[in-house]
Design a protein around this ligand. Structure first.
Ligand SMILES: *[C@@H]1O[C@H](CO)[C@@H](O)[C@H](O)[C@H]1NC(C)=O
Ligand SMILES: *[C@@H]1O[C@H](CO)[C@@H](O)[C@H](O)[C@H]1NC(C)=O
Length: 328
């Protein structure tokens, strides 16, 4: 063999390597596994728990109550004593009354510590709420922690999803084609909070009002098809702020899912004012046309007698979902 021939082989070999590398880059640059479009409720099963039956546990609302053209007389529910308040509050929570013919349970995964199934949300797929009927559906998800199961599953609906959480130490980023993550929290006012992380470190949380976030994203005139809020107690100042300062933004929301946290109070003494505030929040939502669609006790809470001298049982944490179905 002559020297030029060896060199030609070398050149060919290197050229081949370069071509192969280019081909590999081309193949792996494009993520081939985007979630397939889905227009049916039966493909909304959580990826982590394929045995889940999406309709299991759905509570069909009493349709006669819904059919009435006037809202229930919420003004009667103005309790002043603890027993009246606790009874009225849990009576409300335990009686979802919105109408939904196609309910789906989206997301959820076994908790990494004790395997309880948590993190899913009830979603109503009825055409009137428009989630499947639009090509510009918008979902906000406040409070992710380490459970992306709702966000990852709901992206099969091909919506624009914005997820927010200042507590997990991640910068703003694009999680997928459909999900944008924002390192921001939600609350009743714009503020910077310093939150302890372990014994020595503190983390800075950028907390904003709902209006501030919506305006920042340029969404003030858009329908929000699903608003998920799981923010460990900040839901009360957040909702109060929304209802009083920017009710028009709340009225842009079609479905509102809130994990509500009701306090046991400092040194075992809950505040009557705080508990009245919870009921008042629910009743204000109803007056604005949000009807309770689903409510479930958080899997970590059992019904119990929360107050020593009141028989009515209840829990402190519920997953509640309202549908915007204004009274005629
Ligand atoms: C799902 O649950 C509903 C109501 O409990 C039941 O009627 C239906 O047969 C179940 N479907 C499957 C596939 O298990
Ligand atoms: C929203 O609508 C109002 C009133 O029509 C308009 O002034 C405003 O510029 C709109 N905002 C956006 C972001 O489109």
């Amino acid at each position: 063999m002559t020297t030029p021939s060896i060199q030609r082989h070398k050149v060919l070999f290197v050229a081949g390597l370069i071509a192969l590398q280019g081909l590999l880059l081309l193949v792996f640059r494009f993520e081939p596994r985007q979630p397939a479009p889905c227009q049916r409720p039966d493909c909304l099963r959580p990826v982590h728990e394929p045995r889940l039956n999406d309709s299991a546990g759905a509570r069909p609302p009493p349709s006669a109550e819904w059919a009435a053209g006037t809202p229930p007389d919420w003004t009667r529910a103005r309790p002043s004593s603890w027993p009246e308040l606790v009874t009225a509050l849990f009576n409300y929570i335990e009686k979802p009354h919105a109408r939904c013919d196609r309910a789906a349970r989206i997301g959820g995964q076994p908790n990494y510590k004790d395997r309880k199934f948590d993190g899913y949300k009830w979603v109503c797929l009825d055409p009137a709420l428009g989630l499947l009927q639009t090509n510009s559906c918008l979902i906000y998800s406040f409070g992710v922690d380490h459970d992306w199961s709702f966000d990852d599953n709901v992206q099969r609906l091909q919506c624009e999803i914005h997820a927010f959480d200042p507590s997990i130490g991640r910068p703003d980023h694009r999680r997928s084609k459909h999900i944008s993550f924002h390192n921001v929290g939600i609350g009743g006012k714009n503020e910077v909070r310093w939150v302890p992380v372990g014994a020595l470190r503190r983390r800075q949380w950028d907390v904003r009002t709902y209006a501030d976030i919506v305006r920042h994203l340029g969404h003030e005139n858009r329908t929000v098809h699903y608003l998920k809020i799981d923010v460990e107690g900040s839901e009360w100042p957040m909702l109060a702020q929304m209802m009083t300062q920017t009710p028009q933004l709340l009225l842009n929301v079609r479905q509102l899912a809130v994990e509500v946290h009701m306090q046991s109070g400092s040194r075992g003494r809950p505040s009557l004012a705080a508990w009245k505030g919870y009921l008042e929040t629910f009743l204000r939502l109803e007056r604005m046309g949000f009807r309770l669609f689903s409510s479930e006790m958080n899997p970590y809470h059992k019904p119990s007698r929360l107050f020593a001298d009141i028989d009515r049982q209840g829990a402190r944490v519920y997953e509640m979902v309202w549908l915007h179905q204004p009274w005629k």
